[in-house]
Design a protein around this ligand. Structure first.
Ligand SMILES: C[S@@+](CC[C@H](N)C(=O)[O-])C[C@H]1O[C@@H](n2cnc3c(N)ncnc32)[C@H](O)[C@@H]1O
Length: 199
């Protein structure tokens, strides 16, 4: 007979397996379309420019001059970091993404010695205290558990670290709800819940 403990373990195992399959699907999709990504993603670029304008207004002159350590989560083809590198001072840059094909394009774009191209899952990353600036454009909603993940970043990052990101929320892309994209469409978080995490 199966005990409650056993069935819980079974649930946990099947959850891990589902998460693994979900990640593999994300990796496969971005690998497959990496070479078309830059020419076809107008929305992502538009949102990136809003994010950059916001950062420009919020960041102090001292921070603009300071030599910073940058982390770009779900960097994709490296577009955001490539723009930031030209605007601000960074002594080290860490580009992290699940898709090696997206990273390969970023490598061609950003040809600098102080850049780490890291094929990694941001959900298992845990050194957020190493950075002065953490950025992410249209990527963190792919997290296996967005709220837990955001909480981990906020808890681990240093007090003066700038953390800036964009994601769709549960009101974005209502047209997509009619398209059958299966599990690839994540449950986007509610803005109100994210704002409550603002420590
Ligand atoms: C819509 S693209 C955005 C790319 C880039 N930030 C931009 O603005 O163009 C989302 C990126 O997040 C990456 N990604 C999704 N889940 C991830 C995860 N768990 N860990 C690391 N990267 C992930 C994908 O591989 C993809 O490159």
């Amino acid at each position: 007979m199966q005990s409650i403990k056993d069935s819980k373990t079974y649930r946990e195992i099947s959850q891990i397996m589902n998460t693994d399959i979900f990640k593999k699907k994300i990796e496969y999709s971005f690998d497959k379309y990496a070479d078309k990504y830059d020419s076809r993603t107008f929305l992502q670029k538009e949102i990136m420019s809003v994010l950059l304008n916001f950062l420009d207004q919020e960041i102090s002159m001292t921070n603009k001059k300071k030599k910073n350590h940058l982390l770009d989560l779900g960097c994709g083809t490296g577009e955001l970091s490539n723009i930031l590198i030209k605007k601000l001072n960074f002594n080290k840059i860490h580009l992290l993404d699940l898709s090696s094909q997206m990273l390969n394009i970023a490598k061609k774009k950003i040809n600098k010695d102080n850049v780490l191209f890291d094929r990694n899952d941001f959900d298992s990353f845990c050194q957020f205290d190493d950075y002065d600036m953490i950025v992410s454009n249209m990527a963190l909603h792919w997290s296996a558990n967005f709220i837990v993940f955001i909480e981990r970043i906020l808890n681990q990052m240093r007090k003066n670290t700038i953390f800036i990101f964009s994601i769709p929320d549960n009101k974005s892309f209502s047209f997509l709800k009619k398209v059958k994209l299966g599990e690839l469409i994540n449950k986007f978080p509610e803005k109100e819940i994210i704002l409550k995490k603002n420590y």
